[in-house]
Design a protein around this ligand. Structure first.
Ligand code: LLP
Length: 430
């Protein structure tokens, strides 16, 4: 196989360089920008299919079976969810809205795992009414509220308890969740106590842990998976289901490298099976909840260059027609991206450019210090690795409508989200 150019490394595997720049499934990105307008979220279907089916097949090797529940918070556009459902994944939902999205996309209620540290009555009703496979309890109050909903609806509900094991991971502190002091889950001792004494109507099936997100060093994820069965045994918990959450990172820049989601899932299954063997336990059903590692690498955001200018300190800004409205990750986590000009991805850089968003905030910067061939007004800038936590976190600050989204595969580019029109921005004002 010929080596991929470095600039393409964070782009979907199927991205290639053609006569007019970067192509996805044979469609030049510049054509997509011309046809659908910018800013535009582009998702590569092949990349999503490959990753989802790799995780699903890895779980088939688990002795008591396994289930991959796609984390909708990372991307909940129905056109993508349908594709993920077709690969055999279930869904991890954190609100009544995400439950509605999963059901609309075709997921069966019995394939849903429900989360949230502050579930509302509406969220809990939606979960129980959908016949959710599991509701993950975040504490005793959550358990009492769920039990009340079950009584009201005359139903019972299988549950897990979320545990914060006190394992630190190397990621941005805003997306770490498994440490002591996290707002998510309960201490191991409290979790065990809750499982021993669940309110009537709730059936305890096991435990859940999610350490954080964008984790590139998988050692803590494996360590948590190995620790939980031993912990359950020590506490006398009947561990029928072990949900080890999501968290696997992706490559945002060419310098990074990221683990393969299928291989990582196989490693998890092996680690859990081994420790259960050592402890003399039956291997529980294993659940994983990947989000970013399924869709993150599939996404590209396309912007048009609106203007360039050199400012007082000698640096040059390249302003584009999007920014924090479609990508909150730079402002929130200091995330870094590696944009290229879609039509000239391999041309040598003429300088280090600062890419400015269009919002009235100084933090609205897409990327800093990017080597590009001299950008011209109208050029299309392509930002890779924007498939997860971009469209779902988009907003309308400054009353810019949210971008359109297209799903691209061999059959062509399909519009899956319309661009938000100015009139729609007032739809809720009364
Ligand atoms: N399961 C639970 C309980 C979660 O809270 C999350 C993510 C996942 C699974 C999926 O994690 P993933 O495989 O995508 O890492 N907005 C942040 C990420 C927040 C993650 C929230 N929880 C970002 O843009 O980096």
């Amino acid at each position: 196989m010929s080596e991929r150019p470095t600039a393409l490394l964070p782009f979907p595997d199927s991205a290639a360089i053609g006569p007019v720049g970067i192509e996805l499934a044979g469609r030049p990105l510049t054509d997509l920008a011309a046809e659908f307008g910018t800013p535009l979220y582009v998702y590569d279907a092949a990349s999503i299919r490959t990753r989802a089916s790799a995780v699903v097949s890895a779980l088939q090797t688990a002795p008591s079976g396994g289930r991959a529940a796609f984390a909708l918070k990372s991307l909940s556009t129905l056109g993508v969810l349908r594709l993920i459902h077709e690969q055999g994944m279930g869904a991890d939902c954190a609100s009544a809205g995400e439950i509605a999205a999963a059901l609309r996309a075709g997921f069966d209620g019995g394939s849903l795992v429900i989360h949230g540290n502050a579930k509302s009555s509406e969220d809990l009703h939606a979960a129980v009414e959908a016949g959710a496979r599991l509701v993950v309890l975040d504490g005793r109050d959550d358990a009492e509220r769920l039990a009340a909903v079950c009584r009201e609806l005359g139903r019972t509900q299988d549950v897990l308890v979320r545990i914060a094991p006190g394992i630190d991971v190397d990621t941005h502190r805003h997306i770490a969740t498994g440490h002591h002091g996290s707002k998510f889950g309960v201490t191991p001792a409290e979790g065990a106590a809750l499982l021993r004494d669940l309110p009537a109507g709730l059936n305890g099936r096991g435990v859940h842990v999610h350490l954080g997100s964008q984790i590139l060093d998988t050692a803590p994820l494996i360590a948590a998976a190995r620790w939980l069965p031993a912990f359950a045994k020590a506490e006398g918990i009947d561990l029928q289901v072990l949900d080890v959450g999501g968290g696997l990172g992706i490559r945002y820049t060419p310098e990074q490298s990221a683990p393969d989601p299928g291989a990582h899932t196989r490693n998890l299954v092996e680690a859990i099976s081994t420790v259960c063997g050592d402890e003399g336990l039956d291997v529980p059903e294993i659940i994983v909840e990947p989000g970013r590692s399924i869709v993150g690498q599939s996404g590209i955001t396309l912007y048009s260059v609106i203007g360039t200018k050199t400012v007082g300190d000698g640096s040059t800004w390249v302003a584009v027609d999007g920014g924090m409205g479609d990508n909150m990750r730079v402002g929130l986590y200091g995330a870094t991206y590696a944009p290229v000009l879609a039509a000239r991805p391999l041309d040598p850089g003429t300088g280090l450019y600062r890419i400015a968003g269009r919002h009235c905030e100084s933090t609205d910067v897409v990327a800093e210090g990017v080597a590009l061939p001299t950008p011209q007004v109208g050029d299309v800038l392509a930002v890779p690795a924007t498939g997860a936590y971009h469209q779902t976190m988009a907003h309308t600050y400054n009353l810019f409508g949210r971008p359109a989204a297209v799903l691209v595969d061999e059959a062509g580019a399909q519009l899956i989200t319309r661009r938000e029109a100015t009139d729609e921005l007032f739809a809720r004002d009364v």
